[in-house]
Ligand binder design. Structure first.
Ligand SMILES: NC(=O)c1ccc[n+]([C@@H]2O[C@H](COP(=O)([O-])OP(=O)(O)OC[C@H]3O[C@@H](n4cnc5c(N)ncnc54)[C@H](OP(=O)(O)O)[C@@H]3O)[C@@H](O)[C@H]2O)c1
Length: 308
């Protein structure tokens, strides 16, 4: 099979399209002919070596935390899936990733794709959806909560806006000015343009802030929370926890390959409650260019998806 692989950390050019032996489904695994895989910020940060202190990758490495396609074989003891099923899969950080024509994954890391979603749409919901669901679960969002979602036009932020709106929260999202209408269309009640306005001057008494940015934005977020409020963060860089100083709870959303979370997102999308956001698609062999685009912040309004 064709796959994208790198043998050392570095710029996008370390990634090459290579021929690898086809994977085989082991016990309780499914073999999936992949049609799509998403490109996440984590993928390029990992490739560049910024996360080396957290993850020692086996080299060479095939990137990609998710994928979607059709089951072509099942391993011994596999009960949930059959040949021909369309599935979305979560790929472990240390295992073969989704930037490939085939993948073998444990059945506990796969979910069926609802009939009304394309495989590309399902992939836009996989790693991003998992992250958004776990963040919302961590924050315990409930009806009537005032919620601020940073980066509301991003892949995870856009799903957070939709989920919080669905749960009956009053949602404010930050985004660039040209994305205001987009985040309002996702269900935000208010959009704050980070290139024109300072959210920390406009908001107060928020119950929950989702921090997907870190740094200065994290620091300023304390000010807009009410006492007893909750700051939930999911960024790669360490944050300065000022919870005690401001009387707020600060929690990292621990994003793991949680099948129940992915299943929940697929069900909501299947029911039409959540709409997957696909920013654009590119062919698998253009993975290096896809990384460059994500790295420089040129992708907005959902996921960039590689198609095989
Ligand atoms: N810890 C984890 O497991 C985990 C899981 C998922 C995501 N994350 C992290 O969460 C972050 C977002 O992920 P993603 O996949 O949603 O990324 P993404 O799709 O690339 O979105 C990034 C968004 O950031 C927005 N942005 C840039 N500068 C901003 C600012 N000053 N204020 C508000 N928004 C700003 C951009 O908005 P515009 O398009 O409007 O300019 C863009 O849409 C990344 O840092 C990622 O690493 C962590």
């Amino acid at each position: 099979m064709k796959a994208i692989q790198y043998s050392e950390h570095g710029p996008a050019e370390v990634m090459h399209c290579v021929d690898l032996p086809d994977p085989v489904a082991g016990p309780r695994q499914v073999l999936v002919k992949l049609e799509a895989a998403s490109v996440t910020p984590f993928d390029w940060k990992l490739r560049a070596g910024y996360l080396k202190s957290h993850f020692t990758l086996p080299m060479p490495s095939v990137p990609g935390r998710d994928g979607g396609g059709t089951v072509t074989a099942v391993g011994e003891g596999t009960s949930e899936f059959g040949i021909g099923d369309r599935v979305a899969v979560m790929a472990g950080v240390f295992a073969q990733g989704g930037y490939a024509e085939m993948i073998a994954v444990d059945e506990k890391n796969a979910v069926k794709i609802p009939d009304n979603l394309s495989t590309v749409e399902a992939v836009a919901l996989t790693n991003a959806g998992l992250s958004a669901w776990i963040a919302v679960r961590t924050a315990e969002v409930k009806s009537g909560d005032k919620v601020l979602v940073h980066a509301g036009a991003g892949a995870v932020g856009g799903l957070l806006v939709q989920l919080c709106h669905h749960l009956g929260a009053r949602v404010t999202a930050t985004c660039r000015s040209t994305n205001r209408d987009y985040v309002l269309g996702l269900g935000a009640d208010q959009a704050i343009a980070y290139d024109q306005e300072d959210f920390s001057e406009l908001l107060k008494e928020q119950d929950i802030v989702f921090d997907l940015m870190g740094g200065d934005i994290h620091d300023k977020s304390y000010k807009v929370l009410k006492k007893g409020g909750h700051l939930v963060w999911l960024v790669a860089d360490p944050i300065r926890d000022r919870g005690a100083e401001f009387g707020v709870k600060v929690t990292r959303a621990m994003v793991t390959d949680d099948k129940s979370a992915l299943q929940a997102m697929m069900e909501l999308a299947g029911a039409g409650v959540i709409k997957p956001q696909v920013a654009r698609t590119m062919p698998l062999f253009e993975a290096a260019e896809a990384h460059r685009l994500v790295e420089k912040g040129a992708i907005s309004r959902g996921r960039l998806i590689l198609v095989m």
